[in-house]
Design a protein around this ligand. Structure first.
Ligand code: PAF
Length: 287
């Protein structure tokens, strides 16, 4: 596995590689990221052309608000590289800020408000501008045929899919399933901020989403669905346990727009809530 830090080194290494499968990350990797690398590996191995799995590790300042955890975001570069190597990754692109943003990034990608100013975007203004801008730039560096993103960041995956479609970027976007601990807790780099007691409590975000999904399914089946009441109940249950929920809601999968009553399109429940100082997100597609 080769580790490169500059765009020039990356381009020269990739020059003979016909098929590139890309996994962008901010490091501090867990099994969820490694699952994405495995999807990339399988797709490269299925190609007859020369191929490479490329992972990036870059903590992107542009997607952090000033009060957020950019400085304290865990940086575990050596361990990340060992894990990626064991997963069959071929190239790690780990630019410094100076390499990727040698001057202030004044050209930015602005996703549409109806997709990027709702849910996460409503609570983290500018987040999806930062994400879209860095992902677009990383795509230009790697020029992948395929890129893999986790469904754990459901809205992010949707924003990237729309960007690729609208900008006619010649690549396929694959969504990897959320990896969970046995308890049901979705793996996340930010779980590392939780105390032992909080880890036990954290499972209630996915439980509450499961209950909300169940209520929606039952209401849909019986024709008695009261979306606002179901969402309010979910918010209330987490609040009572000491959480500060930002949202727990059911949306249409295809554009994350709200539903107001019975709806037989594919749905997803999404939630974000603060437990102590840590903000966690999770989601479940309704089957
Ligand atoms: O999901 C992440 O880790 C980041 O948002 C990404 C896609 C690597 C962009 O910085």
């Amino acid at each position: 596995m080769k580790i490169v830090h500059t765009i020039a080194e990356l381009r020269s290494l990739l020059q003979p590689v016909a098929y590139r499968a890309f996994v962008p990350t901010m490091g501090n990797l867990h099994q969820g990221h490694l699952d994405l690398a495995q999807i990339a590996r399988q797709r490269v191995d299925a190609q007859s052309a020369s191929g490479a799995v490329v992972a990036s590790i870059f903590v992107n300042r542009l997607q952090f608000a000033p009060h957020e955890d950019f400085d304290s975001y865990p940086r575990t570069f050596e361990r990340d590289c060992e894990l990626l190597q064991a997963q069959g990754c071929d190239i790690v692109f780990a630019p410094t800020e100076q390499d990727l943003y040698p001057e202030p990034q004044v050209f930015k990608v602005h996703p549409p408000a109806e997709l990027a100013d709702i849910l996460e975007g409503a609570f983290r203004p500018g987040f999806f501008v930062g994400v879209s801008t860095v992902v677009h730039k990383l795509f230009n560096c790697v020029q992948p045929q395929l890129a893999v993103f986790g469904k754990k960041d459901y809205q992010q995956l949707m924003v990237i899919r729309r960007m690729v479609q609208q900008m006619a970027l010649p690549m396929e976007i694959v969504g990897g399933e959320t990896r969970r601990a046995e308890s049901g807790l979705a793996l996340s780099s930010r779980n590392g901020y939780l105390s032992a007691a909080e880890i036990n409590e954290a499972v209630h975000l996915s439980r509450t989403l499961r209950e909300l999904a169940q209520t929606i399914k039952q209401g849909n089946a019986s024709g008695t669905l009261d979306v606002a009441a179901a969402e309010a109940h979910a918010m209330h249950s987490l609040t009572q346990r000491g959480w500060q929920p930002d949202y727990l809601t059911v949306r249409k999968q295809h554009d994350l727009s709200p539903i107001h009553g019975a709806c037989h399109e594919p749905l997803v429940v999404l939630g974000a809530a603060r437990l102590g100082k840590t903000r966690l997100i999770d989601n479940l597609e309704l089957t």
